[in-house]
Design a protein around this ligand. Structure first.
Ligand SMILES: NC(=O)c1ccc[n+]([C@@H]2O[C@H](COP(=O)([O-])OP(=O)(O)OC[C@H]3O[C@@H](n4cnc5c(N)ncnc54)[C@H](OP(=O)(O)O)[C@@H]3O)[C@@H](O)[C@H]2O)c1
Length: 334
């Protein structure tokens, strides 16, 4: 009998996650029922949203992971057994498969991917959920025009690095905000950003005034908190602020810090709007085809940070919150 190793949510974290928030369990795999498939997971996507799914709150876009359940995560894997006519052994699929070696699934909500077109981790990054977030969040919500100044926070990460590059392809001037000299250098020298600000060592307000003297037309925010506040103080007339995420707030043990500069939205006739990637899943092919073409043509660079070994999950996941990830963070299971 085959065993399945899986991370179960043992308790709700307080602040930063710890290994003791999970049980690393070994369970025998049960037989498939009619309509089910068995997937051997090869790569698990580690996403900041998973931290929110661990909280008890019910006012989010998805219910929390129940205590004792397999930790929810997007993953990709190969079908090794099928009792579902829609899927054959050997197919590769992606979807919410969890932090585990094997998933038993009824196939609903899964997408097939073709590993001959791109390495599997790319389907968790630029050709997956973060890619769709960047593409539609920027183009549909941010609506950059040629010559606009686009500012993106969390700029060296999975979503941010794509946002900045797509904005460049659309003829914008792009400024990134990231932590540390290496990431700032990467943005300017390798990805072609016009400027990048190290929020850990620079005075953000002064740097924004220097790099965007006429204000920012589009601000794509992945971070929230003080960075959102500083950007609001430097908007151009008619600016669009895209709220994609607020990773600086996800480990808070008290209330989220809201922006005190929000009246600049009034002064600058600006808008602030949230983006939710799942609203765009029905248009996924549009983004994947376009970005796939850009990647093939060398116009869009991707960087996947692949860490080996399911057992490292808690420590690897923590990299998202201490900035140790260099690009799209992926856990390789096999
Ligand atoms: N709305 C949606 O549908 C949707 C979909 C996907 C993702 N998101 C959001 O998009 C954001 C980025 O996600 P991602 O997958 O691309 O992650 P990522 O940027 O690849 O990784 C997270 C990065 O956040 C930065 N960070 C962590 N703590 C920070 C803090 N306190 N202050 C400033 N920066 C901090 C770190 O970079 P530095 O080294 O630069 O600090 C870290 O590398 C997240 O907020 C996520 O929730 C939203």
């Amino acid at each position: 009998m085959t065993n399945n190793r899986q991370f179960l949510l043992a308790r709700r974290p307080v602040g930063a996650i710890q290994r003791s928030d999970f049980d690393f369990a070994t369970m025998p795999l049960r037989a498939l029922a009619e309509g089910e498939i068995l997937i051997r997971i090869s790569h698990v996507s580690l996403d900041p949203a998973m931290r929110g799914w661990m909280n008890a709150s019910t006012d989010s876009y998805m219910p929390p992971v129940a205590l004792g359940d397999v930790m929810r995560a997007i993953a990709v894997g190969r079908i090794v057994e099928s009792r579902n006519p829609g899927f054959v052994v050997g197919d590769h699929v992606t979807g919410l498969l969890g932090v585990q070696e094997y998933a038993i699934h009824n196939g609903v909500g899964l997408s097939k991917v073709d590993p001959s077109l791109a390495p599997l981790p790319l389907f968790l990054g630029a050709l997956g959920m973060p890619g769709l977030t960047a593409y539609f969040g920027l183009l549909d919500v941010g609506q950059p025009k040629e010559g606009d100044t686009v500012l993106v926070s969390g700029a060296a990460g999975a979503v941010g690095a794509l946002v900045g590059q797509i904005a460049k392809l659309k003829g914008a001037r792009v400024i990134g905000i990231a932590g540390g000299a290496d990431k700032v250098r990467y943005l300017v020298e390798e990805l072609g950003f016009d400027a990048a600000i190290d929020y850990k060592t620079e005075n953000l307000a002064a740097a924004l005034r220097q790099h965007a003297p006429k204000g920012v037309d589009v601000f794509f925010d992945n971070v929230g908190g003080e960075i959102l506040d500083a950007a609001l103080a430097n908007l151009a007339h008619g600016a669009r602020v895209v709220i994609c995420g607020a990773i600086s707030q996800y480990n808070n043990t008290d209330a989220v810090t809201g922006p005190s500069n929000y009246l600049q939205l009034l002064v600058k006739r600006a808008t602030m709007r949230g983006v939710m990637v799942s609203d765009y899943y029905h248009r996924a092919m549009e983004a994947i085809t376009t970005m796939g073409g850009w990647i093939q043509g060398g116009k869009l660079k991707t960087r996947e940070h692949v860490v080996q070994g399911l057992d490292s999950f808690p420590d690897t996941f923590a990299k998202l919150f201490n900035g140790a990830n260099q690009g799209k963070l992926v856990l390789q299971v096999v």
